[in-house]
Structures are given as structure tokens and as C-alpha cells.
Design a protein. Structure first.
Ligand code: SF4
Ligand code: SF4
Length: 382
């Protein structure tokens, strides 16, 4: 081993210890070479229309680290484990049905939590390596967190498209930083999926494509974040989900028993992550911000979440919600919310629900909502 190797190893060890002290659960190192295979895959995905539209940066920026930091040499990936089990979960009962936010939206918005940790780690690195240039990213950065984590040996890529770590399963938030300083890379991990296909089989919409690809346009996690009316074929599949979808993670055997409560700020508040559906319908912007504004799931505002709550009430045939749904249908200024209420009243099909649809049909002027009202009334006549 050369003196440089010894120095490198000692530096790597110090970085690992500092990361642990900052509350980062795992770090890994990789070269900052271009992600050639990923570039090809993203190009095909884009051509097939599988992209979500939420991606940041061009395909080149997402796959070529040195476009983000000149002379990039190393990617340092980090993982922070989050809980998977909700203690004291409030029950969801007929008459008081509840929705659910996915686990990645529990606690404080992870972007903020990881950014704070990366800032501390960056300060340490800048003190350890004078003159180093660093660029940190969490999720919304151009570089793919997953590709970086896989190359850095943080975890392997599951058929559910998640990064699965041996220590925490896929219940981890990922972030990374690019450095213009070479550090010995770690080895990527072998996929452990084997013949298992549970996630692909369990996906309610068939969004997982064999070979570990995701058709975002079919994925409920993405659909919960859209702002228009949800296409008919996905409305019931939404179930009681308000934001995100965990199905392909909860069925994964690699996540069995994984429930890590390492970070106070990532602890869920039961009433916030499993709220009463009807309590969501008439929130003012201020109330929404005060209650949900710090959660990752609020980033698209209240409209998609309220739409999902309205649809969930219909899917669950919540008769006690008819007066509230009628109020949405007659009074909400947003056509998407009125359309969702019409659909849900059509699912509930009580005399009161039919009456509400009839009343609305006489006053509605938006063509999209009119169509939903008509279709909802036709269900009752079938
Ligand atoms: S998040 Fe849900 S909808 Fe999306 S791939 Fe996984 S199981 Fe399917
Ligand atoms: S459920 Fe099975 S196939 Fe899917 S990611 Fe987990 S181990 Fe792999």
C-alpha cells in the first residue's frame, strides 16, 4: 500500500465516522464517470412516455456528473433510514374513514432533513480537503439519487425500482454530493431479487415493468401528485391514498421487520399521516400550510390531496360524507374538485347522493364537470 493509499483510507474512515456522528445511517463512494447505461434507459423511457414529468434537468445532466461539477471525480452517496410502522395508528371506521400519506412523507420533509446533514458533511469535507469543490443534492437535484446510491454500494436495485439496502431495506432517503477529488470507490451490491416477483405482482396498476422499470404514467405514487381529474381507470385503485403509494415496498421480503426510528424529526404524527378524509375537504390554504406544510407530501399544494380525499370517500362508499360531497360539488370553485365529488356521489348511490347530482346538474356550467355528473347519474339508472 502506498502512502497515498494509506492517507486515502484514513480520510475515508474519518468521513464515515463524521457521517455517523451527523446522523447519516450509511455512506458510500463511487466514481463520477458518466452513467452510460442509465442514459440509454432514460432515453428509451422518455420515448415510450414512461417519464413522470417531475424530473429535473436534461438526460445529459442527470447522467453526466461533470456537467454539474467540472472535473467531478467522486460521488458520495448518503442514506438516512425512516420508520415503516405507525405507532398508535387511529382506526379508520365506517362514518369516519381515514386517508393515508406514504411513509416517505412521514415526519418533516426529508429534503430539509437531508440537506442539513449534507451541509454539515460538506463543511467537514471542505475542512479536511482544502480547495475541494463540492455540489450536494437531494432528490430534486439533477443527478439520479438511485443511480448514485447503487454505484456507491449503498444498496441494490429492486424490481420495484427502489434502492434496497441490506441494513434498512428500501425505507431510506437518499442524497449525494459530487466532489472534484478522487476517493477510492466502494463496490456495488448484487441484486437479491432472484425469482421473487412480489412487487410486480402486487402493483395495483401494472406500473412495474419486468426488468426493474417503472411506467410513471401508471404509478399511483405519481398519480396522487397530479392536479387534473384522475383518469377513470385509476380512481378506485387509489384506495384511501392521499399521497404516494407504498405497496411495492411493503410486499418486499427485504423490508420484513425493517422499522428504524433513528431520527426524531422523521417520526410520524398519527393524525397527520392518517387524517380523517372529511377533515381535508374544506381546509383553507392557511390551515393546510399550518397542518401539512412541513410534510414532503404537501409540495404540490392542497388540491391534489383534496381531490384524492374526495375520490377515496367515493371508493369507500362513505354514505356519511354525502352532505360534504354535495357541498364540494355545489360550492367548490375548482372544477377538478367538483368533478371528483360528482364521481364519488355516483359511487355512493344513495337517494341523497342522487339528489345532490340532480341539483348540481341544473347549475353546473363546466363541460368536464357536467360530463362527470351525467356519468355518475347514469350509474344509478343502470
Ligand atoms: S408505488 Fe404503487 S403504483 Fe407505483 S409501482 Fe409501486 S405499487 Fe405500483
Ligand atoms: S418484492 Fe421481490 S422482486 Fe420486488 S424488489 Fe423485493 S425482492 Fe425484489
Amino acid at each position: 500500500m502506498t502512502p497515498t493509499d494509506v492517507k486515502q483510507k484514513a480520510l475515508k474512515q474519518r468521513l464515515k465516522e463524521e457521517a455517523a456522528a451527523i446522523g447519516i445511517d450509511k455512506i458510500g463512494f463511487a466514481s463520477a464517470d458518466p452513467f452510460v447505461t442509465m442514459k440509454e434507459r432514460l432515453t428509451v423511457q422518455q420515448q415510450k412516455g414512461y417519464a413522470s414529468g417531475f424530473e429535473k434537468g436534461s438526460i445529459a445532466e442527470r447522467t453526466e456528473p461533470d456537467l454539474l461539477l467540472p472535473e467531478a471525480k467522486t460521488i458520495l452517496s448518503i442514506a438516512v433510514a425512516y420508520p415503516s410502522k405507525l405507532k398508535d395508528a387511529p382506526p379508520s371506521r365506517k362514518g369516519s374513514r381515514r386517508g393515508v400519506f406514504c411513509r416517505a412523507s412521514w415526519g418533516e420533509d426529508y429534503h430539509h432533513v437531508l440537506r442539513r446533514k449534507l451541509e454539515k458533511l460538506q463543511a467537514f469535507i471542505e475542512a479536511e480537503i482544502p480547495g475541494v469543490r463540492v455540489r450536494s443534492m437531494v432528490d430534486t437535484g439533477e443527478l439520479s439519487d438511485r443511480a448514485a446510491a447503487i454505484r456507491s454500494g449503498i444498496g441494490w436495485s429492486g424490481k420495484n425500482c427502489a434502492v434496497i439496502t441490506p441494513e434498512f431495506g428500501s425505507y431510506v432517503y437518499l442524497g449525494e454530493m459530487i466532489l472534484d477529488y478522487a476517493i477510492e470507490p466502494d463496490q456495488p451490491l448484487e441484486s437479491q431479487c432472484g425469482t421473487c416477483n412480489k412487487c410486480v405482482d402486487a402493483c395495483p396498476t401494472g406500473a412495474l415493468i419486468q426488468g426493474g422499470q417503472l411506467d410513471s404514467s401508471k404509478c399511483i405514487a405519481f398519480l396522487t401528485q397530479t392536479k387534473d381529474m384522475l383518469p377513470e381507470q385509476y380512481r378506485k385503485k387509489l384506495g384511501n391514498r392521499l399521497y404516494g403509494c407504498d405497496t411495492c415496498q411493503t410486499v418486499c421480503p427485504e423490508n420484513k421487520g425493517m422499522d428504524h426510528h433513528h431520527h426524531e424529526e422523521l417520526e410520524p404524527e398519527p393524525e397527520k399521516v392518517k387524517p380523517l378524509l372529511q377533515s381535508m375537504l374544506f381546509l383553507s390554504n392557511k390551515e393546510f400550510k399550518q397542518t401539512y406544510g412541513k410534510m414532503a407530501g404537501s409540495w404540490r399544494g392542497k388540491k391534489p390531496i383534496q381531490r384524492n380525499a374526495v375520490l377515496a370517500l367515493g371508493t369507500l362508499k362513505e354514505e356519511a360524507a354525502v352532505p360534504d360531497l354535495q357541498k364540494v360539488l355545489l360550492e367548490d370553485v375548482r372544477p377538478v374538485l367538483r368533478a371528483a365529488a360528482a364521481w364519488s356521489l355516483g359511487q355512493i348511490q344513495t337517494a341523497d347522493a342522487q339528489h345532490a347530482l340532480h341539483t348540481a346538474s341544473e347549475k353546473e356550467t363546466d363541460p368536464m364537470v357536467e360530463k362527470e355528473i351525467l356519468e355518475a347519474r347514469m350509474i344509478g339508472e343502470e
